[in-house]
Design a protein around this ligand. Structure first.
Ligand code: HAS
Ligand code: CU1
Length: 556
């Protein structure tokens, strides 16, 4: 090992884990930068203006939308998850990462990203991030995405391995809390990913290569949503790790309940996956009874987020009260709002209150009929993945990047401004898009191509949407100036000056017995798998037995 010196370059060498973590983080944020720059064009579309025609290197709205969705929702999140779910458990348990394996994982993920990226940029795969057949992309698109999923499972394997090593050295002890959250997230993801692996490997890849003549769209969509719903918790739970694990300390408080935290993650393992039909309420081929079952189970999976709202708010309140805040709301003003990392993440939480409320509307079988396939849905997911998750990762980066690269945060004031503009931009976008949805403006539609006056009565929400695109463009410029400014131009920090990982501690009296029951990860995993089998297999078996093979379609 290199001796630790005051120069950041040598310190990074001394901690190879920081370097690989930074590689995942910065590649993810680079994907976000490209994807997010396309966002304002999408917002302009919902204001009735087609800006895509002025971009020579993108040939259509659908090509741009595919790139936007794949880079932001699928790629950015997967890279950040790798960084979070490897680095923090390794540091918490003080177990070193298997460096050659982790770098190999990075190579597989990045190979997949490059492959899918080329397929999209070459205008061969304008199938959007849900890639529903019979729309067909190039095989390179499916193979690229498959490699990203394989790499995410390699990350899961490494997280599990870390815990195995730790348990060998600490027999009989309860898993430390950050690691517990990471392990539950990964166990959930292993179960969740089965659907998309089968869809891509058994159907879409051979179909795009011409090895099988057709695929059944209903079956493929059902396999897609097996993964497509729980993937939203695969995005959310790493943000929750920061909300539960780091934010109480950042607020000057403490986590109020260790066991409630674990219970919430356990509930995500149990209920994240058997709910995918709530994306298919309007699809044929699934009985109303099973749709109701998934609708009900969706309400169950809302519960751990409600637990989160109270546990995290109470933990922040401890901090606000310690800082002298009085009364029911007085503590809020005493929170460290000037700290960009803290402010970004609390704003992310506030946005999630609205995103989550919209989710409950979507999950209600009969209400969904009103807003399904309208702009309401992108309104919903820009408050959830686009703000609750993304703004949390941005907020984390304000201490984490200085920690990793040994450089001072470039312009904390600009960092704070980027958090607020992102929040305000997304809230305005959320209002505009939810509201347009109530006028039945369709999602994924080139609005500017509709006959003049088609959506005339939605002019006010359209105006909100178009304005939000401008605000968000400012936010993107501010944020990436801070990020790249920190990496390339931030003042160098001595090792002792690097921000520490804000690991907190819980104030509740721990009941080892309860924690040990919660710690039986693979027992709970088996129960969760059984529940998924019950919720999915009757429908899937029926679909397998009654397949209709549809040949590939290309509409561009
Ligand atoms: Fe969703 C569609 C239902 C959560 C993402 N969702 C989508 C799509 C995406 C997405 C990407 O049932 C579109 C897919 C596509 O392209 O077609 N969603 C839900 C429900 C929840 C939910 C019930 N969604 C998410 C999360 C996402 C996400 C999280 C990404 C990360 N969603 C649906 C349904 C559809 C859907 C239907 C299909 C609709 C259709 O017709 O196509 C729940 O998990 C939400 C629970 C959340 C809460 C909020 C808790 C609040 C918290 C913050 C507390 C604040 C604090 C701050 C502590 C109950 C935890 C205090 C601070 C102070 C200063 C005081
Ligand atoms: Cu969902």
């Amino acid at each position: 090992m290199t001796t630790v010196s005051a120069t950041s370059a040598r310190v990074v060498t001394a901690h190879p884990e920081r370097r690989v973590t930074f590689a995942f983080l910065i590649t993810g944020f680079a994907a976000l930068l490209v994807g997010a720059l396309l966002g304002p064009l999408q917002a302009a579309n919902y204001g009735g203006v087609d800006l895509y025609q002025y971009l020579p290197w993108l040939r259509s709205y659908y090509q741009g939308l595919t790139l936007h969705g794949v880079l932001n929702a699928l790629v950015f999140t997967t890279y950040l998850n790798a960084a979070i779910l490897l680095y923090f458990p390794a540091r918490e348990m003080k177990v070193p990462l298997n460096m050659p394996f982790v770098w190999a994982t990075y190579a597989v993920m990045t190979g997949g990203l490059v492959m899918a990226g080329i397929a999209i940029l070459a205008n061969t795969s304008n199938v959007l991030y849900t890639f529903y057949p019979p729309l067909s992309g190039h095989w390179g698109f499916y193979l690229g995405l498959a490699l990203v999923v394989v790499a995410s499972l390699m990350v899961a394997f490494e997280t599990f391995r870390l815990r195995v090593v730790w348990r060998r050295e600490n027999p009989g002890k309860v898993t430390p809390i950050i690691t517990y959250m990471a392990i539950m997230t990964q166990a959930m993801w292993v179960l969740a990913s089965i659907g998309i692996v089968v869809e891509v490997v058994v159907f879409l890849l051979p179909w795009s290569l011409g090895w099988i003549p057709g695929v059944d769209p209903t079956l493929a969509r059902t396999l897609f949503w097996w993964t497509g719903h729980p993937i939203v918790y695969y995005w959310l739970l790493p943000a929750y790790i920061s909300w539960y694990g780091f934010m109480p300390k950042q607020a000057g408080g403490e986590l109020v309940s260790d066991s409630l935290t674990r219970l919430a993650f356990l509930m995500f393992l149990m209920f994240s996956t058997p709910v995918g039909f709530h994306h298919q309420f309007s699809d044929p081929g699934i009985s109303a009874g099973w749709k109701m079952v998934h609708s009900l189970l969706t309400m169950f999976v809302g519960i751990p987020s409600l637990i989160t709202a109270f546990t995290v708010a109470a933990s922040l309140e401890v901090g606000g009260k310690r800082a002298g805040g009085k009364g029911v709301f007085g503590w809020i003003a005493k929170l460290p709002w000037r700290d960009a990392s803290f402010a970004a993440q609390v704003l992310a939480m506030i946005a999630f209150i609205f995103g989550g409320a919209g989710g409950i509307v979507n999950a209600s079988f009969n209400l969904d009929a009103l807003i399904h396939n309208t702009t309401w849905i992108p309104g919903h997911f820009h408050l959830t993945v686009g703000t609750a998750v993304t703004l949390t990762f941005m907020g984390m980066s304000f201490w984490w990047v200085p920690h990793l690269v040994g450089r001072r945060l470039f312009s904390p004031g600009m960092a704070l401004a980027s958090a607020w503009t992102w929040f305000v931009g997304m809230m305005v976008f959320g209002i505009g898009m939810h509201w347009q949805g109530l006028y039945a403006v369709p999602r994924r539609a080139l609005i500017s191509a509709a006959p003049a006056g088609t959506y005339a009565d939605a002019w006010l929400p359209q105006a909100f949407t178009i304005v939000s695109g401008v605000i968000l463009l400012v936010a993107v410029i501010l944020y990436f100036t801070v990020l790249f400014g920190t990496v390339f131009a931030g003042a160098r920090l001595a090792d002792a000056e690097r921000p520490e990982i804000p690991f907190g501690k819980a104030i509740e009296l721990r009941s080892e017995g309860v924690l040990k029951v919660l710690d039986n990860v693979w027992g709970w995993f088996t129960l969760a798998a059984l529940l998924v089998a019950v919720a999915y297999l009757p429908t899937l078996i029926d679909m397998f037995l009654n397949q209709v093979g549809i040949p590939p379609y290309r509409l561009w």
